[in-house]
Design a protein around this ligand. Structure first.
Ligand code: EPZ
Length: 423
């Protein structure tokens, strides 16, 4: 992959409408759910991201054909059910590909999926995924860096998915998908409540599953014989929406963020308002950020409906300019702070104390070359670059392309000055 960077000329005010794309973290498990389904299905509002393209390639190798239609929708159909291996080379590049484990185990009765490696934001084990599938009667083995599942006796079961860091989003997705075809009743306790889990359940029910309680900590699934393909529209990306609202606030620009789902942003908006910003809603539903004066505030990331860890880095970028000292505590990924050193290179005044970052507000940021490390940290560096005086070069922006659709095109269309340059 050619190394590309963003060259950002800071200080430009923003003006106009910016459109939120479909949710990456909803699309990825729903794409994996195609493995459960007989017949053609069409998904709308699937964002065109690196991670989506990559997962579609994995699914192609697993016998799922997909095509992007003229109208942007994605048509998919399982053409071959013989493959059951997702190898290390693909899973190590994207943890979400672990979501093929549940569907393969349920629909093809076996799966061999590489254990995901660690990643820069934390260890990210899948012990709860394995525990959940075992509770449904799958025989699980770990061998040579792979998890191997035998789902020939899959049946409903009861599982508690709470871990030391709360529930697991992709773990809940894996168990939920497997349970749709497992004979009998499955009860998932301490299920993840993220909107993306509810979106997956709504999609599966549209295809004939019998799921109740999704979006709450207790999900009940009655297994069915088969699922048939239907049309479905993915929810908007709440993390992208929050990222754009922060951009507007940092640039004192009341941009109009279109297509977001306000109900998915309650914790974010609560924190945003504590930091002296506020959000108004236009008659057509666009969210407009307003900033009176940035004041320091404390944030603790928690499982939904708590403050999302995926908006921690972006909020930190905004709080580098707040009056006072802000304390950001990570309860999901205690090491998700690689952006601290980079924000300090731009003039931030931040230090890490274990799972906590202490941010002392500064008057302004000044441009410098900085290094992207993970998807959301990269977004935070783009935000900081917009606000910094002078030029900021964000290196390795392929991280951004994984999770934000055409981010520089969207931001430049409302006044930002971002150039994509070859390293
Ligand atoms: C999902 O990851 C998201 N990814 C992440 O977004 C998000 O940060 C995360 O949920 C938390 O909200 C997708 O949905 C594709 P977890 P996931 O399993 O499901 C521990 C982004 O930027 N855990 O909910 O893989 C784990 O170590 C990405 O878009 C176990 O201990 O995360 C972590 O501390 C980054 N055992 C916590 O739970 C397990 O078996 C949450 O992990 C599984 C997880």
């Amino acid at each position: 992959m050619a190394l590309t960077n963003f060259l950002i000329e800071g200080g430009a005010p923003l003006k106009g409408d910016i459109q939120v794309s479909g949710s990456k973290n909803s699309a990825l498990p729903i794409l994996c759910a195609s493995l459960l389904i007989d017949g053609p299905l069409t998904l709308r509002n699937v964002p065109d991201l690196e991670d989506v393209r990559f997962l579609l390639e994995i699914l192609r190798l697993l016998g799922v054909e997909s095509v992007r239609n003229q109208d942007g929708s994605l048509s998919m159909e399982v053409k071959d059910t013989t493959q059951t291996v997702a190898d290390y080379d693909v899973v190590r590049k994207m943890r979400a590909s672990v979501c093929v484990l549940g569907p393969l185990t349920a629909r093809r009765k076996q799966a061999k999926v590489s254990l995901p490696g660690g990643c820069v934001i934390g260890v990210r084990p899948i012990d709860l995924h394995i525990k959940g599938l075992s509770a449904l009667g799958a025989v699980m083995q770990e061998e040579g860096g792979y998890v191997i599942a035998d789902g020939s006796n899959l049946r409903g079961g009861r599982v508690y998915l709470g871990g030391a860091y709360g529930s697991t989003v992709t773990g809940t997705a894996n168990i939920l998908m497997a349970a749709t075809l497992a004979k009998g009743i499955t009860i998932i306790e301490a299920a993840a409540c993220e909107p993306e889990v509810l979106d997956l359940a709504n999609f599966l029910n549209r295809c004939g599953a019998k799921i109740t309680g999704a979006g709450s900590p207790r999900i009940v699934v009655e297994g069915v014989e088969r699922l048939t393909g239907r049309d479905y529209t993915i929810i908007p990306d709440r993390i992208e929406a929050g990222t754009f609202l922060i951009a507007g606030a940092m640039m004192h620009s009341p941009i109009r963020v279109r297509g977001a789902e306000l109900d998915h942003l309650a914790a974010f908006i609560d924190a945003f308002e504590h930091a002296g910003a506020r959000v108004t809603v236009d008659p057509d539903g666009a969210l407009v950020p307003h900033l009176d004066k940035l004041v320091a505030t404390d944030i603790t990331t928690l499982p939904y409906p708590g403050y999302p860890t995926d908006l921690q880095a972006q909020m930190m970028a905004m709080l580098t300019l707040a009056d006072g000292i802000s304390v950001l505590t990570e309860k999901i990924y205690p090491d998700r702070f690689l952006h601290i050193m980079e924000l300090n290179r731009l003039g931030g005044h931040i230090r890490k104390e274990g799972p906590t970052a202490i941010v002392q507000g500064v008057k302004g940021l000044s441009g410098a070359p900085v290094m992207a490390s993970d998807l959301r940290a990269s977004a935070a560096l783009v935000l900081a670059g917009l606000a910094a005086s002078g030029k900021t070069e964000v290196l390795r922006i392929y991280h951004v392309d994984r999770g934000y659709e055409k981010i520089e095109e969207k931001l430049n269309a409302i006044g930002a000055r971002i150039k994509r340059v070859e390293a």
